[in-house]
Design a protein around this ligand. Structure first.
Ligand SMILES: [Zn+2]
Length: 239
């Protein structure tokens, strides 16, 4: 069920909802070939697919802007500071808590959001929420690397998934490979220029729609299993 499509009477009469999923991404440059919305279109698609498989999820409207400091150098990128994003997330989460929804799943599609999401999750947990954070490209990277040979921002994995969602939004004739990797965790305003050369990392030229469909199916299945445990209150397991 999507909150953006529901009426107040439908909200009041909701039954058997186990939790809310809040998709979040960014509006930022994704190479010359992928759309600015890549990082929110993917978690939105994952959330939509989960909602079509099960009726116990409330899907919140997507947060389309995120913390994009390291891509702020590239035209069209809109950066929200981590401080502002943290506060925004806490207030959105608190809104769901107010209406007695305490299982809050943050479905993230963008690495730059991670500091804000983790701090917001701690604040929400202190208010009584049970927050599950999902970073699809990180949490299942081992399995994804059995489908794609490389990873990266607008790289093979992300571009493949975008092709599977809507190949009219991707221009593969402009896809590139970026061989530059950082020597370590260096923070300087100049670093994006090289490490994120052309606003991408990895090798987008290897992306295909088929790989993207496989990654999406894998991630949706894995998250489905995770949600079953999380909703049952199972937060740990033995190795
Ligand atoms: Zn991205």
């Amino acid at each position: 069920m999507h909150l953006k499509h529901m009426t107040m009477s439908q909200f009041n009469n909701m039954e058997n909802i186990n939790g809310v999923i809040i998709p979040i991404g960014s509006t930022e440059a994704h190479g010359p070939h992928c759309p600015y919305g890549t990082d929110f279109l993917i978690p939105e698609e994952i959330s939509n697919r989960l909602a079509s498989l099960r009726s116990d999820l409330l899907i919140a409207p997507t947060i389309n802007y995120g913390a994009s400091w390291n891509l702020g150098f590239f035209p069209g990128t809109i950066n929200i500071s981590s401080e502002t994003l943290t506060k925004y997330l806490v207030e959105i989460g608190s809104g769901f808590l107010k209406w007695s929804i305490d299982n809050i799943v943050i479905m993230n599609g963008h690495g730059g959001n991670n500091p804000a999401i983790r701090i917001a999750a701690q604040h929400l947990a202190d208010k009584g929420a049970k927050v599950l954070v999902i970073d699809w490209w990180l949490d299942y990277q081992e399995e994804i690397l059995e489908i794609c040979t490389t990873k990266g921002h607008a790289g093979e994995d992300e571009t493949s998934v975008m092709l599977a969602i809507d190949d009219t939004l991707v221009d593969m004739s402009l896809s590139l490979s970026n061989p530059n990797i950082p020597i370590g965790k260096v923070y300087t305003s100049k670093i994006s220029n090289k490490v994120l050369e052309n606003a991408m990392t990895g090798d987008a030229t290897k992306a295909t729609r088929e790989k993207g469909e496989k990654v999406l199916s894998l991630v949706v299945a894995k998250i489905g299993e995770l949600l079953d445990k999380y909703f049952a209150g199972i937060y740990t397991e033995k190795k």
